[in-house]
Design a protein around this ligand. Structure first.
Ligand SMILES: Cc1cc2nc3c(=O)[nH]c(=O)nc-3n(C[C@H](O)[C@H](O)[C@H](O)COP(=O)(O)O)c2cc1C
Length: 176
């Protein structure tokens, strides 16, 4: 895991500010509280779907917080000391985008080692921030579950389960 984290920390960032703050969740109490919070958020999200769609939604596995060997929260420090503000005068959100590059780098580093990663977004960021007791001016970017996949698959799980298939790139590519 250290090697995966060290690779993530090589990600590019605006002003080389390295605004990511990585919180490795080690405490069983934190993990249980996060799982309960996401389950509750997910139950509320399920109410958006009626009938068959609701049944299909409830059958999806949308987090692995209880069983993942590694649980990691990625935050963005909105006022990083590093970088001296370079590149964020007009687009301060570049700090958050930089954190996403770190998440993606982490994802690829994990996959090269056979690890799978799930990004959990069905949550209230403020509640997670309070649970993890991190500074208020850090913005939650991602809650990540890492572990070895149950089996290999070339298809995204949501495609395998008939929720959403990948669509042709041509539908999303534009020229001007
Ligand atoms: C920004 C982002 C947010 C995501 N949020 C969720 C989520 O809340 N729950 C979930 O099951 N998958 C979520 N995913 C997708 C999973 O991370 C992904 O499906 C998982 O890694 C399993 O890989 P697979 O889709 O190739 O099977 C999210 C992905 C991204 C990029």
């Amino acid at each position: 895991m250290q090697a995966v984290l060290a690779t993530a920390a090589l990600a590019p960032s605006v002003g080389n500010a390295q605004p990511w703050r990585l919180v490795r969740i080690r405490s069983a109490g934190c993990r249980a509280a996060l799982a309960a919070h996401v389950d509750a958020s997910n139950a509320r999200a399920a109410e958006r779907y009626a009938g068959e769609a609701g049944q299909a939604y409830r059958a999806l596995k949308l987090h692995g917080i209880r069983e993942a060997p590694e649980l990691l929260a990625v935050y963005c420090d909105e006022r990083p000391r590093a970088g001296q503000g370079l590149g964020i005068a007009t687009m301060p959100e570049m700090l958050r985008y930089s954190c996403v590059t770190a998440v993606h780098t982490l994802w690829l580093a994990a996959r090269t080692r056979g690890l799978g990663m799930g990004w959990v977004s069905i949550l209230e960021p403020q509640a997670v921030t309070a649970l993890l007791d991190v500074p208020d001016d850090w913005t939650l970017i991602a809650l990540l579950c890492l572990g070895y996949p149950a089996g290999p698959s070339d298809l995204p799980e949501l495609e395998r389960r008939g929720w959403q298939a990948r669509e042709p790139l041509a539908d999303r590519l534009f020229e001007r």
